[in-house]
Design a protein around this ligand. Sequence first.
Ligand code: ZN
Length: 238
Amino acid sequence: MPSSYRGRLAPSPTGFLHLGHARTFWTAQERALAAGGTLILRNEDLDPSRSRAEFVTAMLEDLRWFGFHWQEGPDCGGPFAPYSQSQRHNFYRAGFETLRSRGGVYPCYCSRQDVLRALDAPHAADDEPLYPGTCRTNSVHRASQPPNWRFRVPDGDVIEFQDGGFGKQRFVAGRDFGDFVIWRHDEAPSYQLAVVLDDAAMKMAEVVRGADLLLSTHANCSFIARWGWNRRHFIIVR
Ligand SMILES: [Zn+2]
């Protein structure tokens, strides 16, 4: 009988597996094994323009070759199927509608150029320009163009989480990150929304991520803090 620990491998089939991923995944597998828990493989093929079927096949082969063993996944099923994000669109849509009905999001008609023009300060460290909040209160509806929907994070909100590798992390909204897009104008969920909804639905106890995702973890935590979708422990692997 496995313990309640549930961890995940969450590769994107947009290229071939590299050693950095393998290292992060190995830590995830070790953690699940040590806890006597369950390891889930989630195929993060959210971006149809970059995900290809041959990469999915190669990804599964490479992971097996490296010595990974998962108990739930796109190839073997499980209680929270489907395990490919491309098949979970209705689920993401429902999550987005829930947020919208509770007033947690607002439409934004700014283009990337608009956002860049409105900024004096340089970009936030993760390359995503810090959104200046232009559409928060008076978004000018432009009928010709469907909006992006942004998650509202009040300025000054402090997001903290304890990371298993890096220790205490602290981010301040409005300084380190701004309101972020969760539903795109082309009817696609953002990576942030999909990952948080999936982790909650699949009952993940812990998330092991590469250091490249350290900064985007604040967005995950701001969802968790505001909506309590589930509380997780994070481990960042350098
Ligand atoms: Zn805007």
